[in-house]
Design a protein around this ligand. Structure first.
Ligand code: AHG
Ligand code: MN
Ligand code: MN
Length: 336
């Protein structure tokens, strides 16, 4: 990992910045702040089994879910880091009821980017030592620079994203991101606290053999999704496929991008828009997927075309290898 041919994330960010002729360096600084927060959260996640920070904090978030202590901690770390570095004009987080305006002085208002985060994804896996992640999404504000941010700065369709990425705190910790020029993955060397470019130009295989879905909800799924799951299980051509579901979107996505596969969180008779949040989960993962030659839809519509109306809204989500998502859409279409 420390060999000469491996670029560090810091070097990569600098190189990338100079390739954008008119870049002010603001986006580079922002990615740098995320890199720093990722290292701090990584440290906390790694020692989660050692100290008494496990278990529910006693609070519930706006979606009525039990908040784990590490969720709160990761949320605070990302928000504080972005605030301290004075690098964004607004932040929205899955763990906060409302968006945060950075407004302490006029200079800070000059920043043009807003960040949306899922600070800890897969939080039900914390207690059992299974991979969790962080997801981030960056937009240019639509209201004038120099004024307080408004809700409409956050309610932009995913296709407006300037950058998006995730950190997976797995067997090793990786930061994977895109600024709209492909997807690159960096692995943390924990001994020296440096991310190295380990996975340049990541791409979903055109098709794959893995399907990832919470099959416990099967009877509640729309008929088209049920039909597709049965198709995955049929003995024909390259099927049956393998079923793999970690329950951390970041980890399931990461594996599927490397090996080829499809992730599904459909709507159901229990949840009319599924579970995943459009702004904090679906959009950033959709941007990464498309930049990596994959596909992301809600079954009929491209995720990044959806016009959000609420900060915490949910959307059905199908994402992964191009051919597999297309096939799923065909099955849904047949039932329409
Ligand atoms: P979060 O921990 O941020 O609330 O997200 C959990 C999400 C996602 O990561 C995962 O794929 C999905 O919820 C799992 O949901 P089910 O337990 O319903 O399968
Ligand atoms: Mn999540
Ligand atoms: Mn979360």
């Amino acid at each position: 990992m420390v060999g000469k041919k491996h670029k560090t994330l810091g070097e990569f960010i600098i190189e990338n910045q100079t390739s954008f002729q008119y870049s002010s360096g603001e986006l580079s600084k922002l990615i740098n702040a995320i890199r720093l927060a990722a290292k701090v959260v990584n440290h906390e996640v790694n020692k989660a089994g050692l100290v008494d920070i496990l278990g529910a904090a006693g609070d519930t978030n706006i979606q009525g879910e039990n908040q784990q202590k590490l969720d709160v901690m990761a949320n605070d770390i990302f928000i504080q880091t972005l605030k301290n570095r004075e690098i964004v004009c607004g932040i929205a987080s899955e763990e906060e009821d409302d968006f945060i305006t950075i407004n302490s002085n006029d200079e800070q208002h000059q920043n043009k980017y807003v960040v949306l985060i899922d600070p800890l994804d897969g939080s039900s896996n914390i207690d059992v030592n299974v991979s969790v992640g962080t997801i981030f999404s960056i937009y240019r504000r639509v209201t004038p620079v120099g004024t307080p941010v408004k809700l409409k700065d956050f309610l932009q369709p995913g296709k407006n994203q300037v950058a998006a990425g995730y950190i997976v705190y797995g067997t090793s910790t990786m930061l994977v991101y895109t600024t709209g020029h492909g997807v690159n993955g960096f692995t943390l060397n924990p001994a020296i606290g440096t991310f190295y470019l380990s996975h340049p130009d990541m791409r979903f295989p055109e098709t794959g053999k893995i399907y990832s879905v919470n099959e416990g909800n099967y009877i509640h799924f729309p008929q088209g999704v049920k039909d597709y799951i049965k198709y995955c299980q049929e003995e024909e051509d390259d099927r049956p496929y393998t079923s793999r579901y970690i329950g951390s979107l970041v980890s399931d996505f990461h594996r599927n991008m490397i090996k080829g596969g499809i992730y599904m969180y459909p709507k159901s008779s229990l949840a009319s828009n599924g579970k995943l949040r459009l702004l904090y989960e679906c959009n950033p993962m959709a941007f990464l997927a498309e930049q990596a030659n994959g596909r992301a839809s809600d079954g009929t519509t491209r995720i990044m075309e959806i016009k959000p109306t609420e900060l915490h809204e949910r959307a059905p989500f199908f994402c992964g290898s191009n051919k597999m998502v297309e096939k799923l859409e065909e099955f849904i279409d047949q039932q329409a």
